[in-house]
Ligand binder design. Structure first.
Ligand SMILES: Cc1cc2nc3c(=O)[nH]c(=O)nc-3n(C[C@H](O)[C@H](O)[C@H](O)COP(=O)(O)OP(=O)(O)OC[C@H]3O[C@@H](n4cnc5c(N)ncnc54)[C@H](O)[C@@H]3O)c2cc1C
Length: 469
């Protein structure tokens, strides 16, 4: 990067917040996918004025800008595929206020999800979206990816809680989308458009969201099955039971064994586990769990049990939430995929996923877990990216996951992780040419020079963007 640009960046954010050290650049070169790209410079702004000036400079000089939170993306979405600047938003991490009368919280984008919930707990409230990465994921990253997680089945995704956004456009202009009120239809819904935009339309600098009173009680049950198909059918039946649980998670044998070992839990060997939780008042949560148990029992689980206390509930959740980290200890490379299928297709999806490794002489392994209650599965591939045959088998398996499972069963290529790099070859297959051209048009309106997160699948798909947009 030219020295006069670096000099100008130093003037904007201060010398301590501009870094070109190769070791530092290396640290920003990856997320949890097998891709690696290097930026020219890392910038760490601390306020909106700095973000605006950095973007204006980048836009005038046509330098790619990659916004980044904690880098927990499972899609390659923050990676600097075209070099340029990574703008790390984690220093903008203040909770700016909680309005208890209007049930709204305002924060900067670098606030970590668990820290926000720790803060809200003292007031008796919570922000429901709960990705398994909640101890690291920033709210900016969650808005950009419209993240969801364990509780989406009952409480929805990040976008369902965001009322307004303050954001900087690529030219440096500052916009305020949405409204402080719970209802407003006075414009196109730009807030919802930005939620899930994967850092390609604007950089968020302030987030206003509504929150939810904490439930009085949680009731949690674990069901073990020796047959994958029956577990899949139990999910379908439980979803149709009339109860909307606050979580309905699925883990297969490899995930259970690995996570139980990691969390120090004694779980008998089995093919599948369902973790189902209800919440509300003590009596409502109990009544709803009873209905779930009666329904799931009809599918003959080998065993089931109710968590007897908070400690037991927590240890089950530690096992589920640490699934990816636990699997990562078993393999050089662990790549988590993200498809959704209609609920009724879960048993068939599970069957097709489990058969993938044998199509590659078991060169790669697959462990599947996920938010089964909303049809969202995370087949996670274990392999060694340094071995060409294994890497090649992984990319072929990816094609099977999206072409032969997700799309063939009428689902979507990503439920919550986003398109990023890893799913860019499949986005047109799901959306077709007309929707793709609408998305490209939106991108051109927000970012005419294509400086914001260029090279990604949203909105360009597999064809990539034209040289000069
Ligand atoms: C172990 C593990 C478990 C996970 N579990 C879940 C899960 O249950 N549910 C789920 O939905 N996801 C999950 N994820 C995916 C990931 O954690 C989420 O997408 C998360 O919200 C990303 O936040 P981040 O701060 O790490 O963002 P990053 O990874 O840094 O960035 C993600 C995207 O957001 C953009 N971005 C970041 N900040 C801003 C900003 N201020 N303005 C504009 N764009 C911005 C980036 O450009 C990028 O496109 C998991 C990931 C891992 C590794």
């Amino acid at each position: 990067m030219k020295s006069h640009i670096i000099k100008r960046l130093v003037e904007i954010v201060g010398v301590e917040n501009v870094n070109t050290d190769p070791a530092e650049i290396y640290c920003y070169s990856r997320d949890s996918t097998p891709f690696q790209y290097f930026a020219d410079v890392i910038i760490r702004p601390t306020n909106i004025a700095e973000v605006s000036k950095v973007l204006k400079l980048a836009n005038e000089n046509r330098i790619p800008v990659y916004p980044r939170g904690s880098g927990t993306s499972a899609a390659g979405s923050p990676l600097p595929v075209k070099g340029g600047m990574v703008v790390d938003l984690t220093r903008m991490n203040r909770i700016l206020g909680f309005d208890e009368e209007n049930l709204q919280v305002v924060m900067e984008p670098g606030v970590i999800c668990d820290d926000l919930n720790e803060f809200l707990k003292d007031y008796g409230y919570f922000f429901p979206p709960d990705p398994a990465s909640s101890s690291a994921a920033t709210l900016g990253g969650m808005v950009a990816n419209n993240s969801a997680g364990n509780r989406a089945i009952k409480y929805g995704k990040t976008k369902d809680w965001i009322l307004w956004l303050e954001a900087v456009l690529p030219g440096g202009e500052i916009i305020h989308t949405g409204s402080n009120t719970l209802k407003s239809v006075s414009s196109y819904d730009l807030t919802k458009l930005l939620c899930g935009s994967e850092g390609t339309l604007a950089v968020f600098t302030k987030i206003g969201m509504r929150v939810q009173p904490l439930p009085e009680a949680y009731k949690t049950a674990m069901f073990l099955f020796d047959d994958l198909d029956r577990a899949g059918k139990a999910i379908v039946k439980a979803r149709a039971s009339g109860v909307v649980p606050c979580a309905m998670e699925f883990l297969d044998r490899l995930t259970i064994n690995t996570s139980a070992d990691y969390a120090g839990l004694d779980i008998p060997d089995c093919e599948a586990m369902l973790l189902i939780e209800t919440d509300g008042t003590e009596s409502a949560a109990e009544k709803e769990l009873k209905i779930i148990i009666e329904t799931v029992e009809k599918m003959n689980p080998n065993q089931w049990k109710i968590a007897q206390d908070e400690e037991e509930r927590n240890s089950l959740w530690v096992a589920r939430k640490s699934a990816y980290a636990a699997l990562a200890r078993r393999s050089v490379t662990t790549t988590m995929e993200d498809l959704t299928v209609p609920i009724s297709k879960i048993p068939e999806a599970l069957k097709r996923i489990q058969k993938i490794p044998e199509r590659f002489d078991n060169l790669i392994r697959v462990a599947t877990f996920g938010h089964a209650g909303d049809g969202n599965l995370h087949p996670t591939f274990l392999y060694d990216e340094r071995v060409p045959e294994q890497r090649d088998a992984f990319f072929k398996a990816l094609k099977i996951i999206y072409d032969e499972v997700a799309l063939d069963l009428g689902g979507s290529i990503t439920g919550e992780h986003g398109v990023g790099l890893i799913r860019k070859d499949f986005v047109e297959k799901e959306h077709g040419p007309v929707e793709m051209s609408l998305m490209k048009g939106i991108k051109r309106v927000f970012d005419p020079h294509n400086i914001l997160n260029p090279g990604k699948g949203k909105p360009w798909g597999s064809t990539g963007e034209p040289e000069e947009v």
